[in-house]
Write a protein that binds this ligand. Structure first.
Ligand code: CMP
Length: 234
């Protein structure tokens, strides 16, 4: 893509972003021209946990995930950033090493902004700082949910929780009221729930036996009763 359409895409994306929603047109234009574009292929690393970079990133196309990687190759997915989401704000704000590894979930296009440019934008429009804070607090709430789920729910419940969250965000319903979502691999489900592939395989079997989860070509179907199973032994 040549520079002009790229600029237009950045400007258009920025108008819809919660953290830049209160920017005046001239400031938004200035800020979008400060971003550079980075394309990244599915499976490639944007940066590793402990790296010392401080740029801010925005997903313009595609999706990336923030993960913690264990030495044994085990991955815990903290969150997925989709179109319009930003990441990298923690090192940008405190100057410390990156708190997580960012991996491309699909071929993606990212906008990258240098720390100094972002700080200048905050000086010009302090309202950005308030909107950024509100987004960070929302992430903290989600992190609390994750801690709660790791501490108090078993793998069955964590998996149901995950599938129901995905269904709420981007699922639809079949004629029997079952929630339909795109199938995930056992490895993906293990990485999202802090468990192993073997544990997920067992859970899927139990859920299928109890008719809480059905599998069809490319999709999972989740029973409307599934939410009542969280908080009690499934
Ligand atoms: P930073 O530490 O600069 O680089 C990794 C990024 O992953 C981090 O900024 C956040 O943008 C994001 N991140 C880290 N931990 C979490 C979390 N628990 N929930 C959501 N995003 C996170």
């Amino acid at each position: 893509m040549s520079d002009e359409p790229k600029r237009a895409l950045i400007e258009k994306s920025f108008r819809g972003l919660p953290i830049f929603k209160n920017l005046s047109d001239p400031h938004l234009l200035q800020l979008s021209s400060d971003f550079i574009i980075q394309r990244i292929k599915k499976g490639k690393i944007v940066f590793y946990q402990s790296d010392t970079s401080t740029d801010l990133y925005i997903v313009l196309e595609g999706a990336v995930r923030a993960s913690l990687l264990g030495e044994d190759g085990v991955e815990l997915i903290l969150t997925v950033f989709n179109n319009g989401d930003f990441f990298g704000e923690m090192s940008l704000l405190d100057g410390k090493p990156r708190s997580a590894t960012i991996i491309a979930n699909e071929d993606s296009m990212l906008g990258v902004l240098k720390r100094e440019r972002f700080l200048r934008a905050i000086k010009n429009d302090p309202v950005i700082a308030i909107d950024l804070l509100s987004a960070v607090v929302q992430r903290l709430r989600m992190a609390d949910n994750m801690i709660e789920s790791l501490a108090f729910l078993d793998v069955n419940e964590r998996l149901l929780n995950l599938l129901l969250q995905i269904a709420a965000a981007k699922g639809d319903k079949d004629e029997n009221g079952f929630l339909r979502i795109k199938k995930l691999t056992h490895k993906e489900m293990a990485s999202h729930t802090g468990s192993s592939r073997e544990a997920i395989t067992k859970v899927i079997k139990v859920l299928a036996f109890r008719k809480i989860l059905k599998e069809e070509e490319g999709h999972f179907l989740i029973s409307p009763d599934a939410k009542n199973m969280i908080g009690m032994s499934v």
